[in-house]
Design a binder for this molecule. Structure first.
Ligand SMILES: NC(=O)c1ccc[n+]([C@@H]2O[C@H](COP(=O)([O-])OP(=O)(O)OC[C@H]3O[C@@H](n4cnc5c(N)ncnc54)[C@H](O)[C@@H]3O)[C@@H](O)[C@H]2O)c1
Length: 335
């Protein structure tokens, strides 16, 4: 299945197909210098599969984990490109989760003012989330994603087969993103996620539908001006929890959706989170949480726009005082 992404200046295809990893030449131009950026947690068989299809392929494996989205690694990757004589006609492939995609994409966006970038996301989160949107970044001075660029890949290949090796907790954290998109846009998708008895079997359909939701939003709002905020359901409270705990991003987003929903919608969201072993309760002082929300880059003054779900498949955008978050935590505000 090909999912086209049509943006104002650049358009590209997302190929969603089991086994596509073995046939990259169909989708990528590998007849040039290729640098594959992967990490130490991505099974090496995937790297071997990719390199075996490149005539002139090089690879670098950064250490797994967020700390690798660093300025030092950025410089290391650039210096490899220089030493190997990469020119503007060569390319970079990210093979891994969002960490590899973000740093490799940022390197591609800046080397010689931009060389071709291909993305092979291998975590569920990166397949449904970072493969659309063109956000690339590294962390700097202790701040996540503070240096980066919007830079679209030339093509994305999603092979759901690679999810078989993914750690269960990582898979569930990614599924939280699909729960988020389904809860606000697509009640049928929500029911599928809630009721499937074999997630990996149904992953193709769930990935496709999740991607199309994000694609449709991004196509209307490429530079994250306004509409793209709808993808932030669960993020305001989620980011605050993420700053204070060691939970994964998706786990925090899941927790953040609960106070921003009500009634049956909330019950179903909790049910879906529990089904995938995601946390539904966290011990955090409401005042601390509000202080994090106040520092959220999305807050302007003491107000913030939150996405609220009254009914599965629909959302509301609400501008609220950050202080009001506490009332939402205490059982939600109905309007
Ligand atoms: N650019 C965007 O639009 C966007 C969107 C969401 C998140 N992000 C970024 O993505 C990052 C998080 O990404 P993530 O959740 O994919 O985490 P990750 O990249 O850290 O990957 C999680 C772990 O899974 C391992 N792994 C990857 N693929 C595997 C596979 N198929 N089998 C076994 N193990 C595998 C990795 O080695 C790593 O240890 C964050 O830095 C976040 O800021 C970016």
């Amino acid at each position: 299945m090909i999912i086209p992404v049509s943006l104002r200046d650049e358009s590209y295809n997302i190929v969603l197909l089991r086994g596509a990893l073995n046939n990259l030449n169909k989708y990528f131009n590998l007849n040039r210098r290729v640098l594959v950026v992967t990490d130490t947690g991505v099974p090496s068989e995937y790297l071997r599969t990719v390199l075996s299809q490149c005539e002139n392929g090089y690879s670098v494996s950064i250490e797994e984990g967020e700390k690798s989205k660093s300025f030092d690694n950025y410089k290391t990757l650039l210096s490899i490109l220089v030493k190997k004589g990469f020119t503007r006609t060569d390319c970079i492939i990210a093979l891994g989760g969002g960490v590899c995609g973000d740093i490799a994409g940022f390197v591609a966006s800046t080397y010689m003012r931009g060389i071709d970038f291909y993305n092979i996301p291998t975590t569920y989160l990166s397949q449904v989330d970072s493969s659309v949107g063109g956000k690339t970044a590294i962390d700097f001075c202790g701040i996540k994603n503070i240096v980066g660029a919007f830079y679209q890949p030339k093509c994305v290949v999603i092979d759901p087969e690679v999810l078989k090796t993914l750690d269960k907790r990582q898979l569930s954290a990614g599924i939280a993103e699909s729960i988020k998109m389904a809860a606000t846009f697509d009640s049928e998708l929500f029911e599928l996620i809630l009721n499937t008895d074999d997630f990996l079997r149904d992953a193709d359909v769930i990935i496709e539908k999740s991607l199309k939701i994000k694609r449709d939003v991004v196509e209307k709002d490429v530079k994250e001006k306004d509409l793209r905020k709808v993808l932030n359901f669960g993020h305001t409270v989620g980011h605050a929890i993420e700053s204070e705990t060691k939970l994964l991003h998706g786990e925090c987003v899941g927790l953040g959706m609960i106070p921003m929903s009500e009634g049956e919608a909330r019950e179903k969201i909790v049910c879906a989170l529990k089904k995938y072993g995601l946390p539904t309760e966290v011990d955090m002082d409401p005042d601390t949480l509000v202080s994090y929300v106040n520092h959220d880059k999305k807050a302007s003054g003491d107000e913030i726009t939150v996405i609220y779900c009254k009914e599965i498949g629909a959302y509301e955008m609400r501008k609220i005082r950050t202080e009001d978050i506490k009332d939402y935590l205490n059982g939600g505000i109905r309007e």
